[in-house]
Design a protein around this ligand. Structure first.
Ligand SMILES: NC(=O)c1ccc[n+]([C@@H]2O[C@H](COP(=O)([O-])OP(=O)(O)OC[C@H]3O[C@@H](n4cnc5c(N)ncnc54)[C@H](OP(=O)(O)O)[C@@H]3O)[C@@H](O)[C@H]2O)c1
Length: 319
């Protein structure tokens, strides 16, 4: 009911907080919510906005479109990253870490697919939406923290784009194994119809754990839910989603307002779930808020550490 009310009657507030002088990263910003969020940030005065995209020509089209609509040339840069690949994610994260400053990042790139495919040994949506999204966060966290220390007017922020669908899926697997992501990557067991919401649930649990281990005074970490929006995300979904979107979906611009809210909030937003551009932890699923949810996220964090440490020794110390 909360979802229907929000989609039909609530409009997140239009972003107005300025980003003057700041450097902001948005991944998956060649289309959809990432593109609209980047456009807001450029309009709001950011000095440098990096679009992290896997398709550079599409990124260049987005850059031109943003610069034309905001009349702010020379602000947007297009940097390549493929979150299906460890080496690409590492190279991108290391490049970001070299920036003179990084005031905010919106980790928005994700995919929703019913097709099972492996990437780096894990089912692709687990690799892209969960493992490499967290890997990138850990790679850029030191640069965010350092920016807060070096530029006293900056309070760095890191927003993860999640979804209300994290609450629409069962997750019994967490109890039976210490290697959830490995089990979910077994083609014989994968329920791909539920995979996108499940990937978002894993992301929510891991971001909660990350935020719990990070001081909000160093970096404010948020989870943002844009609501159901028109975008390319459901391109592989059936008629059901198409009709649901016709009736309920927001424009990508309206949805992107909550992404911008995620990098505009004060310390009260640290570790919080934001929906309709406001902090609302009561919209997290009962499972996420339960004791089982806490145990599941601790297990997942251990598994994530075991996956990431061999890829980049010491990475978990970046917190
Ligand atoms: N739309 C909704 O209703 C909705 C609702 C709740 C949450 N969300 C979340 O909002 C975020 C943005 O989704 P959207 O709706 O704007 O979808 P979208 O239009 O499909 O955009 C997704 C972006 O992620 C990029 N991406 C996918 N796989 C990638 C990879 N391996 N490496 C790098 N980038 C990759 C895509 O690049 P390509 O263009 O190259 O594919 C695209 O730029 C996602 O996190 C999604 O889960 C969306």
């Amino acid at each position: 009911m909360g979802f229907l009310y929000s989609q039909l009657f609530v409009r997140p507030t239009y972003p107005t907080r300025l980003f003057e002088g700041q450097t902001v990263l948005v991944t998956g910003a060649n289309v959809g919510l990432g593109l609209e969020a980047a456009r807001h940030v450029v309009r709001l005065g950011a000095a440098r906005v990096i679009l992290g995209v896997r398709n550079v020509p599409a990124g260049n089209v987005a850059k031109e479109e943003i610069e034309t609509s905001t009349r702010r040339p020379g602000v947007v840069e297009v940097w390549e990253v493929d979150l299906a690949s460890y080496s690409s994610t590492l190279a991108f994260g290391d490049r970001i870490a070299q920036l003179p400053r990084l005031d905010a990042a919106i980790l928005n790139a994700a995919l929703a697919t019913p097709t099972f495919q492996l990437a780096e040994g894990y089912e692709r949506s687990i690799t892209v939406n969960v493992i490499n999204t967290l890997l990138l966060a850990l790679l850029i966290l030191p640069r965010l923290k350092a920016t807060g220390q070096e530029f006293p007017t900056s309070l760095p922020r890191l927003a993860f784009v999640v979804s209300e669908v994290h609450a629409w899926v069962e997750f019994p697997e967490w109890k039976d194994t210490d290697k959830v992501m490995q089990i979910l990557s077994d083609p014989a067991k994968a329920k791909m119809a539920e995979r996108y919401p499940l990937s978002k649930l894993l992301e929510v649990l891991l971001v909660q754990e990350l935020a719990g281990r990070t001081r909000g005074s160093d970096v404010i970490i948020t989870m943002v839910n844009p609501g159901l929006c028109h975008s390319a995300l459901g391109r592989e979904a059936g008629w059901g989603l198409f009709i649901m979107k016709l009736v309920l979906a927001r424009s990508t611009e309206v949805g992107s307002r909550t992404l911008v809210a995620g990098i505009s909030t004060g310390i009260e937003g640290h570790g919080a779930y934001m929906t309709d551009a406001t902090v609302d932890n009561t919209s997290l699923s009962p499972f996420v808020r339960s004791e089982d949810g806490r145990l599941a996220r601790e297990k997942l964090w251990k598994e994530l550490s075991a996956i990431l440490e061999p890829i980049r020794p010491g990475i978990m110390q970046n917190i």
